[in-house]
Design a protein around this ligand. Sequence first.
Ligand code: UDP
Length: 423
Amino acid sequence: MRIALVSAQASPLGLGGPTAGGRHTHVAALARALGAMSHEVTVYVRREDRAAPERLPFAPGVTVEQVPAGPVESLPADDTLPHMGDFGRALAARWGDEAGVGPDVVHAHYWLSGLAALTATADVRRPVVVTYHGLASAERRILPVDHNAGPGPRAGMERTLGSLADRVVAQSEDEVAELGRMGVRRAATVIVPSGVDTELFTPSGAAADHRRPGLRRILSVGPLVPRKGFGDLVEALRRVPGAELVVVGGPDPARPPRDIDADPEARRLIQLADTHGVADRVRIVGAVTPEELAAWYRSADVLACAPWYEPFGLTPLEAMACGVPVVAYAVGGIGESVIDNVTGVLVPPRDVNAMAGALRALLGDEVRRMSFASAAIDRVRSRYSWERAATELERVYQTVTGGPAAADGAEESSEEDELSEVS
Ligand code: UDP
């Protein structure tokens, strides 16, 4: 099958860079997995780099194409809205108007790429599948007002996108519920949780150094933005003696400078650590490559995850794949990927005391940590492999293109099963 992955705002080529996040990881790994299944995959990204060639082989069966739309420089994702019309028209021009030419299915990632996919398929119908990777309606409800959920029209456009797409891929039951509240038809929604790179994130392999021997290590990973809740962890650390907090992740792509020491959130966290008397136990590393990140996970006694909102959350699963138990706020997809008291501990969102208590208890109980670690490895291998995610998505593509899965109805029934669980 010829598969177009439209990801104007998150290029696989940016993996491991200072602005990379969950969508970069997801799109790159999905493309690789589909390519390995002998599909012909093209990932369409917005041209940000004048020096890079327009078409670049990325993995077996996978090409990344840079599509010119807007300034040739890196932009914060939501600033690309004015360029999505051009992006979509450029795709339509590439795909042409002949049947049998161009992609069989278009899978868009993030609402803005979804809009571009609708523009690209307006004249020549091609099935469109969309994965939102976060919804404005949930972000507006959960996040404080000053951490707004992108441009004003986003929520309305996400609703329209949901009504026009052939399939909406939700990554958790929590997201299905949110889509339902938005009015997206349940029959058009299917749950396929993201996969995790279980070849890279493994329990054995190099581990990052302990600069301060004798301290237990609490690791937290993600872009350096307030909504990731690193501040809550700094506060919690006051009540977790004998432990250090290591934060790995890059500066906010929307707010230069990108230098870690000059980063406003890094400075705020250091100041907060000073206020709470824990500055000597907090370390902010900055962005690292996925390979380096695997070594950081392996060096940790526990992964702490304290976001205010998290549509899916890859880092808890990556840590689990490395055999690291997780203590997390029970938000969004994390409340489903981490099994409380089996692969980690879930605590109520924004409850710093509960976070501190859970970290202290788990760090003091090696037997429990070991039992969580082996359950975590099993859970990721059995439920979150990319092979499984890509196979389920292949079935979705077959359904919308009228292929074998549509004929035997397999995908429809699994969809109903999953949806009945949440209704
Ligand atoms: N990541 C990385 N280097 C870093 C920090 C994070 O490659 O220094 C990757 C990490 O492996 C994960 C992604 O960035 O795949 C973060 O995804 P998550 O879903 O946790 O958060 P998001 O960025 O989507 O808010």
